[in-house]
Design a protein around this ligand. Structure first.
Ligand code: ASP
Length: 354
C-alpha cells in the first residue's frame, strides 16, 4: 500500500512539472517569435509610382480609383511570387512590368517626352545578395526596360548600357521590341508641349528646373522586395523628366542614386528630381547610414529625404525594405504613389502626404 502511494505521488509530480514547462514556453514571447519565424520565413514588398505634386484636390475620383487599382495589381503580382518562394529579383521585375505596361505612370508605356518629341527610357535593377546590378539608359524601343536591365545584369559583362547599343543587346537577348509610337500617350505629349511653350515664353534657360515643368514628370516606378530566402532586391524604371534635352540621363539608371540593394542593409528605389538624387547618391547614402552609423531604415530614410536632399535643393522620395522586412516610404513632396504588403498579406496603399 505504501509503495502504491509512492508511485501515485511520483506520477502526479512528473505531470505537474511537464505542464509547467509547457506554460513557460507559450508565455515566453521570444520563444513564440522563434517558432513562427522558423515556420514561415519573412518576406515583403514595397512599391512607388512616382513622387510630386500629387494632391487630392487635383484628382478625380475615377483617376484616384485607377491609380489604386493599378498599384494593387502590381503589388499583388510581386507578393504572390514571393509567397510562392520566388526570388526578390523576379518579384521586382514582374511588379515593375505591371506599372510599365500602364499609361498611368511615367515609365515605358506612359513615359514622358523629350524636347524632340521622343521617349527615352531608363531603368536599373540590383541584387542585394551578390551586389550584382544592371542598368539601361536612353532606350527607345524596348517594351519593358526593367527586363533589359536584368539581362544586362545576368548576361553581360557590364552594368550600364545606353542608346543604340543597349537596343542591339535587347534584340540579341530576344526581348520584346516595339515601334517607338507604342509609347505615345496624348497626356504626356501635351505635357511636353506645355513645358516647351513655357520655356519659349519665359525665355527661361533654367526652365528644366521650373517647378511647373518639374510637375509634368512624375510617375517613375520602383519596387523593393525581401524574399523567403532572406535576399533583397530593388529596381526602378522611368521615362525621365518631361522636355529633357541632349540625351539627358537621370538618377533612375544610376546604381547608388536611383537604385541600390545590399543584403547587409536595405534595398531602395528613388523617385524625384534626378539631378539631386545623383549628386546626393541617395539610395546608397541610406544604405551607408545604416551600415556605418547603425541607423534603422526609417531613421536613415528620413535623414536623407527630409534633411540632406532638401538641403541640396532636391525633392522626391524613396521606398525601401531592409533585411528584416521593415519598410520605409519617405518623401518630401506633396505626395507619392505607393503601396506595401507584408508576409501576412496586409496591404497599405497611399498617394497623398501622410
Ligand atoms: N527621377 C527621375 C529622373 O530624374 C524622374 C522621377 O522620378 O520622376 O529621371
Amino acid at each position: 500500500m505504501k509503495n502504491l502511494l509512492l508511485l501515485f505521488s511520483l506520477i502526479f509530480f512528473i505531470s505537474c512539472n511537464e505542464s509547467a514547462e509547457n506554460n513557460k514556453e507559450t508565455q515566453n514571447p521570444e520563444a513564440e517569435k522563434t517558432v513562427s519565424n522558423d515556420s514561415v520565413p519573412n518576406f515583403g514588398i514595397v512599391i512607388h509610382g512616382g513622387a510630386g505634386t500629387i494632391r487630392k484636390e487635383n484628382m478625380s475620383d475615377s483617376l484616384e480609383q485607377a491609380y489604386k487599382e493599378k498599384l494593387e495589381e502590381a503589388i499583388r503580382t510581386g507578393h504572390e511570387i514571393l509567397a510562392n518562394g520566388g526570388t526578390a529579383l523576379e518579384a521586382v521585375q514582374r511588379t515593375i512590368n505591371v506599372m510599365e505596361n500602364s499609361p498611368l505612370f511615367n515609365s515605358a508605356k506612359g513615359a514622358v517626352f523629350t524636347n524632340e518629341g521622343k521617349n527615352e527610357l531608363d531603368a536599373s535593377i540590383m541584387d542585394g545578395e551578390t551586389l550584382n546590378a544592371g542598368a539601361v539608359a536612353g532606350v527607345t524601343n524596348v517594351k519593358n526596360p526593367i527586363n533589359l536591365a536584368y539581362e544586362v545584369m545576368v548576361n553581360s559583362d557590364h552594368v550600364l548600357l545606353s542608346g543604340k547599343g543597349a537596343e542591339q543587346f535587347a534584340k540579341e537577348q530576344g526581348l520584346e521590341i516595339v515601334d517607338p509610337s507604342y509609347f505615345y500617350t496624348e497626356k504626356r505629349y501635351k505635357a511636353m508641349e506645355r513645358a516647351r511653350e513655357r520655356e519659349k515664353e519665359e525665355n527661361n534657360k533654367t526652365a528644366f528646373y521650373d517647378p511647373f515643368i518639374k510637375d509634368e514628370k512624375f510617375g517613375t516606378v520602383g519596387c523593393a522586395a525581401l524574399d523567403k530566402h532572406g535576399n533583397i532586391a530593388a529596381g526602378t524604371s522611368t521615362g525621365g523628366m518631361s522636355n529633357k534635352k541632349y540625351n539627358r540621363i537621370g538618377d533612375s539608371p544610376i546604381i547608388g542614386a536611383g537604385t541600390y540593394a545590399n543584403n547587409k542593409t536595405c534595398a531602395v528605389s528613388s523617385t524625384g528630381w534626378g539631378e539631386y538624387f545623383i549628386r546626393g547618391v541617395v539610395a546608397y547614402d541610406i544604405s551607408a547610414m545604416m551600415e556605418y552609423k547603425g541607423l534603422s531604415l526609417q531613421e536613415a530614410a528620413s535623414e536623407v529625404i527630409q534633411k540632406k536632399l532638401p538641403a541640396l535643393g532636391g525633392d522626391g522620395g524613396i521606398i525601401a525594405i531592409d533585411h528584416d522586412g521593415n519598410v520605409a516610404m519617405e518623401f518630401n513632396t506633396a505626395g507619392m504613389y505607393r503601396a506595401t504588403m507584408n508576409k501576412n498579406g496586409e496591404l497599405k496603399i497611399g498617394m497623398y502626404s501622410k
